[in-house]
Design a protein around this ligand. Structure first.
Ligand code: ZN
Length: 187
């Protein structure tokens, strides 16, 4: 099947982080890499069952999309990326509103957002970024109960006819490959 693009997606479970957006995704690489497990984050706060952003840090092994683990926040690939390298910076704590973050979480979320930009720029030569949070379902947050900062790399010409006409995003790199690349480049 070398050279043939497939609509098979990834082996990542459907309850991983991200929000379906109605677009099909055309995954173009032909191999899947496997990822070693990582340490679990600190416990000790409420984690409602079924919240993918509470679940993601405890996920181990080949299907983890977590790129970096800080003290109060972690960074994970969006399962439904707008572009390759679309990252989400999330507090471990289950909070919905940006104003609910404490000082340490606020500072680390900002610092990890900066690191995300530096790492993505270094490994993929992104031309620009969209960065921000959707606060509340009315503002477009897919999983409004657990805040997450989007870091979306942009390249000139990345918004081409495919998402508009074909309702399909062309993603040249599997999520697991992207995760491996970014995690090893993280500082
Ligand atoms: Zn949560």
């Amino acid at each position: 099947m070398t050279g043939a693009a497939q609509h098979t997606g990834t082996d990542v479970p459907a309850d991983e982080t991200g929000t379906p957006d109605g677009l099909d995704r055309l995954w173009t690489p032909h191999r899947m890499t496997y990822i070693s497990g990582q340490d679990k984050p600190d416990e000790g706060y409420e984690k409602p069952s079924g919240c993918p952003f509470c679940l993601a840090p405890s996920r181990q092994g080949a299907d983890s999309l977590v790129v970096a683990r800080g003290k109060t926040v972690y960074v994970v690939l969006n399962l439904y990326p707008y572009n390759p390298g679309h990252l989400l910076v999330c507090p471990y704590r289950h909070v919905a509103d940006y104003s609910e973050l404490d000082a340490a979480e606020t500072a680390e979320l900002a610092a990890q957002t900066q690191t995300a930009m530096r790492v993505v720029r270094r490994v993929s030569s992104a031309h620009g970024f969209n960065i921000g949070m959707n606060q509340g379902g009315v503002a477009g947050a897919g999983i409004a109960a657990h805040l997450h900062q989007h870091v979306v790399p942009r390249w000139g010409g990345d918004a081409n006819f495919m998402p508009v006409i074909g309702r399909t995003k062309v993603l040249p790199q599997l999520l697991t490959d992207t995760r491996d690349l970014l995690a090893s480049a993280w500082t």
